[in-house]
Ligand binder design. Structure first.
Ligand code: NAD
Length: 357
């Protein structure tokens, strides 16, 4: 077992110059998508935002050659081969309808939709149009998670028995003013990353049990900001996701722990220590009676992991394959998310298969 041989870096496609058209030129595109694409050598050819100034500012900052003033104009540009959507989830379906009609491949932002039925429609539109459609669940390429995936697949921990992601932080909600009024918050917009990554590592759970609460002084933020979700697997694996966005007195902590019959992987999620600047993840492998072994990780969730979903989509286009974060599979992440809300609402455990479009 040589930990230095664990390969956790994103794999780039052969062809890196697919023309990318950005739809929605807000925060996440500025500080995550575009720094990652520049680093990977991807080719952003156009952008569009309902707020013209936002699109113009982005184009100036990142040397994007074409700024369009309508979605139709951008979709009519033959140089645009992939649409990179980064708008609020309730706007995503309308954009996908037009992009599918224009036969463009798509990278959608998470969550695919705030309504499960609309997420199903988004997937069906791409299938009917015969275009590739992926979702930006980039935590799968976050160094600690990508390395853990390699190690679990290679059998380092044996049979997984217990997985935990626990986060206590003070979240800068002011970065997303549109989230304050959302009737669903923590699981749909934040824990969704952990739930998707846990599906990536361990597959689909049999049962979801979730409890949600609020902080007494969370002001105009309307929905849940502290949640505990338990996933039970058919083989006995039990998963805990526990997140508190108002852990305001102590120091931030953001840990993952994947325990199995042969060993355990333990680490920290660097991004959460100072969002969005963050720090690199840490990862240690532990076995009973042995010294822990560390794997040095030098890349960050933001922006480095944002290379992964786009690279995976490009690889699927060039090989006519399935993107690693294809949206049809993502419906199962959304089933877990929606099962968590149903569980909290009805005070019971829910099977993800109960969630149907
Ligand atoms: N993957 C991640 O880790 C991650 C992190 C943060 C945000 N997000 C997601 O990214 C999306 C955008 O978040 P943000 O923080 O950048 O928000 P933002 O408000 O900063 O940016 C959104 C932009 O989309 C534009 N827009 C809205 N509707 C549009 C439409 N119909 N057509 C064109 N442009 C439109 C807005 O004018 C705005 O400029 C959200 O869905 C959010 O959940 C994902």
């Amino acid at each position: 077992m040589d930990i230095s041989k664990i390969d956790w870096r994103p794999k780039l496609p052969q062809k890196k110059d697919f023309g990318i058209g950005i739809i929605g030129c807000g925060g996440i595109v500025q500080y995550a998508h575009l720094p990652a694409y520049r680093k990977a050598g991807f080719n952003v050819v156009a952008c569009y935002d309902i707020n013209k100034e936002a699109a113009e500012a982005l184009a100036t900052q990142w040397n994007i050659p074409n700024v369009y003033t309508s979605l139709d104009e951008l979709l009519a540009d033959p140089a645009v081969e992939i649409i990179d959507i980064a708008v609020q989830p309730w706007h995503q379906l309308g954009i996908v309808e037009k992009a599918a009609a224009a036969q463009k491949h798509m990278l959608c932002q998470k969550p695919l939709s705030d309504e499960f039925t609309n997420a199903v429609k988004i997937v069906e539109l791409a299938k009917k149009a015969g275009v590739k459609q992926a979702i930006n669940h980039q935590m799968r390429w976050d160094a600690g998670i990508a390395a853990a995936k390699e190690m679990i697949t290679q059998g380092w921990i044996g049979q997984p028995t217990d997985a935990q992601i626990q986060v206590g932080c003070e979240t800068p909600w002011q970065m997303w003013p549109w989230l304050s009024s959302s009737p669903r918050l923590e699981v749909l917009f934040h824990s969704i990353h952990y739930l998707d990554s846990l599906r990536f590592l361990f597959g689909d759970p049999a049962w979801v049990t979730s409890r949600h609460t609020k902080y007494p002084q969370q002001g105009e933020v309307k929905a849940e900001t502290k949640t505990v979700t338990v996933l039970d697997y058919a083989d006995g694996l039990q998963v805990l996701v526990s997140v508190n966005h108002y852990d305001i007195h102590g120091e931030t902590f953001a840990i993952f722990k994947f325990i199995g019959t042969e060993g355990a992987i333990e680490g920290t999620i660097g991004l959460m220590y100072d969002y969005p600047a963050g720090r690199p993840d840490t990862l240690e492998f532990r076995q009973k009676g042995k010294e822990p072994i560390s794997l040095p990780l030098d890349e960050m969730w933001i922006p480095d992991a944002f290379v992964g979903p786009m690279a995976g989509l490009m690889h699927a286009i060039e090989t006519d394959g399935i993107p690693p974060t294809n949206t049809e599979d993502n419906l199962n992440t959304l089933r877990v998310v929606n099962a968590a809300y149903l569980s909290a609402q009805e005070n019971r455990s829910v099977r993800p298969s109960e969630i149907q479009g």
